[in-house]
Every structure is written in C-alpha cells, then in structure tokens.
Design a protein around this ligand. Structure first.
Ligand code: SF4
Ligand code: SF3
Length: 548
C-alpha cells in the first residue's frame, strides 16, 4: 500500500505496510479503486454537463464517497466493495447511456474501466494504485501537486456534502470537483497548471464552507457566546461526535421527552452556540471529552450510547464497540451502522434503546465549563469595541491558533504557545486542535475574552470573515492586520482549508506539527517564497517573530 494523505503518515514519508491510523492495506486498496472509478465517472459527468444532462446524483455521490476515503472515516472494506464502487460504476454507465443517445463519444480507458466483481477488488485496487504512481512518479513536483489537489478535493468534497445535507448547493462547486478529479488523468498539464488547480481547490473550498455556513446559520441562527458545561449531569446519556450538526439536531428531535441527556464530543462542541438548538432542545446539555485521538479512553468511560457522525473515528476497543454507532460516510467492521431514512437522517431508536439500557451518569459532576459561539456575527457585532481596544493599545495582537489535533507529542507546541501568548493579545481558535487549551481561563481584555472559540474546522470561513471585517474596519489588507495564523493540520479537511488561505493570499502562516509529506521540496520552496508559509519552530521563537 501507499498512502501519505495525513500528518500521521509513517516516518513522515508514507504508510506502506499498515496505516498509522489503523487503515489496513486491503481497505487502502479498495479506497484507491473507488477513487479510480470516481475519476472515470468524473470524465463522463463532465461530458454529460456539456450536453446539458443532469449530473446531480453523480455529483453528490462523488462528494459522499470521497468523504469516505478521508483519514479516520471509513475502515469497512465491504462499504467500498459492495456499495460505493458498484454505485460509481452504475452511475457512470447510466450517464454514459444518456450521453451516447445525444452524441456518440470516444471514452478514455478510465471511463470504460469496470472492475471484475467476481475477482479480488483488493488486487485490482493495488494494480490501479501502482499504475497511478508509475504514471505520475516521473516528475516528483507534479506528483506532489496532484496529491495536493486530490487531498484538497477530498476535504472540499466533505464540506460540500455537509452543505448538501443542509440544503445548500452550488453547481459550480460540483462541476469543479468533477473537473479536478478528471484532471488527475491529464498528462498535458504543466507545473504552473497544477499550482493553479491547487489554488482553485482553495477557492472552491471557500465557497463550500460559505454554503455550509449559510446552511447552519439560516437553519439554527448565528452562534452566540454560550457557556457549555463540561461536567456530567445525573441520568441516561448519549454522546454525539464528529461535525454533523444536522444529524445532531435529528437525534435531539428523536430524544425529546425520553429523559436522555445529550452531550457533544470533539468537533460538535460549537453546536451549543446555535440559538435554535439551545432553545428548542434543553436536553442538549454539555460537552464531554476532548479531541478525537483521546476517544479510546473517553468512549470507554462514557456510560451511555455514542454516535460518530463524521471523522475522526479511531479503531474501537472491544469493550465499547457495542455502544458505538456510525452514520453517514462513517464505518468500521462490526460497528452498527444506521442508514439514512427517506428524510435524510437515520432512525436513532437503536441508539436510544442502548442509552436506556446503559447506566448513565450516577450523579452530577463538579461544575466546570467553557465558552463557545464566537463566530463571525458575534465577533463582528462588537467590532467597534475590538477596534477601540486595538487603537488604545489594549489589544496588541491577535493569534489564530487552530486546526486539527493528533496524538504526536510535538503537538504540545500549541498548548505552550497559547500559554505564552502575552496578556495584551487575543487568541482566536477553531477545530479540534483547541482541545489542548480550550478549558484554560485566559481572562479578558476589558469586556473581550482573550480566548474566542470560532467553531469547527469548516468555520474557518467565519474566521476569514472576521479577519476581512477587521481589515475593512482598519482600512488595511488582511496581511497588514496585527494577526498571525498558527495552524495545525492532520487530515484532508485541513489541506482544503490551507489551500483556501493560500488562495486568499494570506502570508506568513506557520504550519505544524510537520509539513505535509506530499509536498515535494520544490513545491514547499514555492509556497514559502510566494506565501511565506513556514514550519512552526518553538513557541518562544515564533511568538517573538510574530510580535516583532
Ligand atoms: Fe497513513 Fe494517514 Fe494514510 Fe492512514 S490516512 S494510511 S495514517 S497516511
Ligand atoms: Fe479534527 Fe479530525 Fe481535523 Fe475538523 S475531527 S479538525 S482532525
């Protein structure tokens, strides 16, 4: 196998025997085979678009199934072999028939490839992976950019799928995802073309995040600063992890009047800030646990049922498998998977039943809390106060310390960095990297809290709007603001967000804990020369440089 799509990649240069995430070579092979089939589907979908044939089903399917190939999303070989790969081929053939009726077309090998379903799909997946490397491996920089585009597209596709679930779509996004998938097969693109394509992924991802933001805020209102209990409440409990607010809302609806208390985990913490969820569902009570990589310990201790709505799922331990459920693109062999019903959400009765069987929390915990809900509307509504504080020298600098968390010890950098931020500076944060410092009391500057949780990783859109709003108010460009971005990455959503920031021309981003293995030395040099993208060093050194 060969996979280097995440930060955890073995020895910093690719997982070859077994994924450090727990993904085995067989699952890796069938995921590669799916991506290969999606590239063929993309070629047909683009031709169908030219002829005015609707590709909507194929577009949404491409997003959902790309999502399933992201790190820590789906480890269930059967979902790929029995479902996703077959659907990719079936959708392609249906579209091809419609195209042929209008205009006979000469197809590439990709668009005519159909796996032999009576033979090993693992071996066929391994063969297409080797072919991909052999075809692209000659030029290391183009190979690096192809992987950047592919991984960025996976991240953008996952946000696009979330936005679709929230009723928000833009055909331009779907068209580009198909274009980018089809482009991976093109031998004629130059290095410059690939750089531009990678930046275009960033542009499209910005639109996907904008759609998702619209979906969330139009459905549940703009997040407001909210105190979220971190302590348990006596009684039966369900824990919901991942990013999917719509599925959380569906669970809240179905658990009304059951006496069950619902807790968020990981990237669902910001859900507490949405007014409509707060008002309508008082049993959405608090937040339990920290970031995804701690789930094996945290899930084992949770005395209720647990739902994983999206990444990041760790291979579960036996002693909590029976209380863990997956939905959407998630999967793990042996875990119970709840398919969507016709209304786009699962029937959660099995989860409710499990929660009622389990003991729940015996007593209320010692009160502890954090705050969330400092999204664009909340922050920009007090922009005048913030600007005044900057003008009076009360706020010297803003740091956006955000991104993914992970298990590696060098991620302690981010905790130490935040601890060392001087008292006249404000820290904005988002995504699961915040769990390293989210419960620290950094105090306030006047009325303004020094630690502001903007939201999930996709709420990078909100953080961008805050930066643009402040730049506008100060009448400077974003790069002239007293703002530094200290980012951590792990999986492909973070790759998409990074490409968005580069597309916007944001300079001086500090990235860690390591630089992506899929960036070749020349591509990295280009990024550091054009955007001054740099690796993190030490908290002291980086703080000094940012404040100089
Ligand atoms: Fe390795 Fe990351 Fe790929 Fe898993 S997703 S196999 S850890 S590079
Ligand atoms: Fe986290 Fe997986 Fe990336 Fe959404 S949940 S930021 S790592």
């Amino acid at each position: 196998m060969f996979c280097e799509q995440c930060e955890q990649t073995a020895s910093g240069n690719g997982c070859h025997q077994w994924g450090a995430c727990g993904k085995g070579p067989e699952v890796n092979a069938v995921q590669d085979l799916l991506v290969y089939c999606l590239r063929g589907l993309a070629e047909v979908a683009l031709r169908a678009r030219e002829l005015g044939i609707s590709t909507h089903e194929a577009d949404v399917f491409a997003c959902e199934s790309l999502f399933a190939t992201m790190t820590n999303v789906n480890f269930d070989k059967k979902r790929f072999t029995q479902d996703y790969i077959r659907r990719a081929i079936a959708l392609r053939e249906t579209l091809k028939t419609q195209v042929e009726e209008k205009s006979p077309t000469q197809w590439s090998d990709l668009a005519t490839f159909t796996p032999d379903f009576n033979d090993s799909l693992v071996e066929q997946g391994q063969a297409v992976s080797l072919e991909f490397i052999a075809k692209s491996g000659g030029d290391v920089d183009i190979f690096s950019l192809k992987l950047t585009v592919l991984y960025g597209i996976k991240g953008a596709a996952s946000y696009t799928f979330h936005a679709y679930e929230m009723g928000q779509e833009d055909d331009r996004v779907y068209a580009f995802i198909q274009e980018a998938l089809a482009a991976i097969n093109r031998p004629d693109l130059t290095l410059e073309d690939w750089v531009n394509l990678a930046l275009k992924v960033g542009e499209i991802n910005l639109r996907s995040m904008e759609l998702l933001d619209a979906g969330h805020t139009q459905t549940y209102g703009h997040p407001v600063p909210t105190v979220v209990p971190l302590n348990a409440k006596a009684g039966k409990a369900i824990l919901v992890s991942g990013h999917d607010i719509k599925q959380l809302a569906a669970l809240l609806e179905q658990t009304q009047n059951t006496g069950i208390t619902v807790y968020t985990h990981g990237e669902l913490l910001p859900a507490h800030g949405y007014p409509l969820l707060k008002q309508k569902y008082p049993h959405l009570y608090g937040h339990y646990g920290t970031a995804w990589q701690n789930q094996t310990k945290e899930f084992a201790k949770f005395p209720g049922a647990i739902i994983l709505t999206t990444n990041c799922l760790m291979p579960p331990h036996e002693h909590y498998e029976d209380k863990l459920f997956t939905i959407g693109p998630m999967g793990y062999p042996g875990l119970r998977y709840l398919p969507h019903t016709e209304n786009g959400t699962p029937d959660f009765s099995q989860v409710i039943q499990k929660a009622l069987e389990l003991p729940g929390f015996a007593e209320d915990g010692e009160p502890r809390s954090v705050m969330t809900g400092f999204a664009r509307n909340a922050v920009l509504s007090v922009a005048d106060t913030v600007i005044e504080a900057v003008k009076q020298g009360k706020i010297r600098h803003f740091f956006l310390v955000g991104g993914c968390d992970g298990a590696k010890p060098d991620r302690n950098y981010y905790t130490e960095f935040v601890e060392k931020v001087p008292e006249d500076c404000v820290v904005l944060t988002l995504a699961c990297g915040k769990f390293r410092f989210f419960d620290k009391n950094l105090g306030t500057i006047g009325e303004i809290p020094r630690l502001l949780d903007v939201g999930q990783c996709n709420d990078a859109y909100s953080a961008i709007q805050i930066a643009l709003g402040l730049a506008n108010a100060f009448e400077v460009g974003v790069n002239e603001l007293p703002l530094s971005m200290i980012l951590s990455w792990y999986e492909q959503k973070a790759v998409a967000v990074l490409l968005t920031l580069l597309y916007l021309g944001i300079q001086d981003i500090r990235l860690g804990p390591t630089i992506p293995a899929f960036l070749s030395p020349n591509v990295l040099k280009l990024l550091s020369e054009t955007y001054k993208l740099k690796p993190i060093t030490t908290p002291d050194e980086d703080l000094a440089a940012c404040l100089a």
